[in-house]
Design a binder for this molecule. Structure first.
Ligand SMILES: Cc1cc2nc3c(=O)[nH]c(=O)nc-3n(C[C@H](O)[C@H](O)[C@H](O)COP(=O)(O)OP(=O)(O)OC[C@H]3O[C@@H](n4cnc5c(N)ncnc54)[C@H](O)[C@@H]3O)c2cc1C
Length: 294
């Protein structure tokens, strides 16, 4: 609970009740000149990859290498020796600070020789598979008004999908005029075996669920599946112990920082916050500035 829903947990600890805690939660302080944050859904016309691609364009190929794979990491005379492979060429970098912003299993591989306990903790974080099944229908073939975000299926309904988003209700240009797009999530920790099916079987299964749940009356006019074999890390019981082992590694090995969706929240926003915080910390360390007190 503490790892997966820290704000709820803190609210309950502070006020002795979930409801009271949320109602009386202190508002986050804004820095001088900081705009009021407006929480709303966002995406990009060509998908979320637009964001890192724009950052890469802004920084340029001299400062940012894309398509590079970290192969090895070892401490050398107070610095870090990083072995990276890019376009088939192996390069060696000597740096004072390293931020590992890779999935937990990759981080485990890179820190294996430095700290077996932290590596084991990273490997123990499960990432069940999820397959997305996008089905497009003619608007007139769907009984439900699709006037919302989508739906989540509670486990006691034994549905074949974890939930469905309605992207054409959320963002413009997600389906041609007169059509709608539905995106179903299949698999996850509850039903990972369902992702092992062929594309045709997945489409037929999800179409049957759309008929049942939102009253679809005809075959889809568009169908596409996308598989995520290791989708989202699970903050299972014991997660805080694993994170503590990772924090100990960082304390023992100065200049090494581990971030990612297995730590501090899985949402894009949570990952972005972690990235910003890690970058600010590293910038201060490189400039030999003291870290601010909490
Ligand atoms: C299907 C799906 C739907 C989602 N929907 C939403 C949503 O609607 N809203 C939301 O907020 N969140 C959503 N999430 C969650 C969110 O997208 C992720 O948790 C988040 O993007 C993860 O960011 P990350 O930086 O931790 O990991 P990643 O984005 O996975 O980044 C890790 C990077 O490490 C790179 N890498 C791997 N190995 C190496 C190596 N050896 N060397 C160098 N680089 C390496 C990878 O190429 C990758 O670019 C969704 C996730 C999934 C799977």
């Amino acid at each position: 609970m503490q790892a997966a829903f820290p704000r709820l947990w803190q609210a309950e600890q502070r006020a002795g009740s979930l409801l009271l805690g949320m109602l009386t939660a202190p508002r986050p302080k804004r820095q001088k000149g900081e705009a009021r944050s407006q929480r709303r859904l966002f995406s990009f016309h060509k998908g979320l990859a637009t964001w890192p691609q724009a950052i890469a364009r802004f920084l340029g190929p001299e400062r940012l290498w894309t398509g590079a794979r970290a192969l090895d990491l070892r401490p050398t005379d107070g610095e870090w020796h990083v072995t990276v492979q890019r376009a088939g060429v192996v390069a060696h970098l000597l740096v004072s600070q390293v931020i590992l912003a890779v999935p937990a299993a990759v981080a485990a591989h890179l820190v294996d020789r430095l700290d077996a306990q932290a590596a084991a903790a990273l490997r123990a974080i499960p990432y069940p598979p999820v397959t997305l099944v996008h089905l497009g229908y003619r608007r007139s073939d769907v009984a439900h008004p699709l006037d919302g975000f989508g739906l989540l299926c509670p486990s006691d309904e034994n549905a074949k999908v974890l939930g469905t988003l309605w992207p054409s209700s959320l963002f413009p240009n997600r389906a041609p005029a007169g059509s709608v797009l539905t995106t179903a999530f299949v698999g996850g920790a509850r039903n990972s075996v369902l992702t092992n099916q062929s594309e045709e079987a997945l489409i037929a299964m999800v179409h049957a669920e759309q008929q049942r749940i939102i009253g679809v009356r005809a075959e889809p006019v568009f169908a596409r599946t996308i598989r995520w074999p290791q989708a989202i890390p699970q903050y299972n019981a014991g997660h805080l112990r694993r994170i503590a082992a990772i924090a100990q590694l960082e304390q023992r090995r100065l200049g090494l920082h581990l971030i990612g969706n297995y730590r501090g929240g899985i949402s894009v926003e949570a990952c972005w916050q972690q990235g910003r915080a890690a970058a600010a910390l590293v910038a201060r360390l490189i400039a030999h500035e003291p870290a601010p007190t909490q």
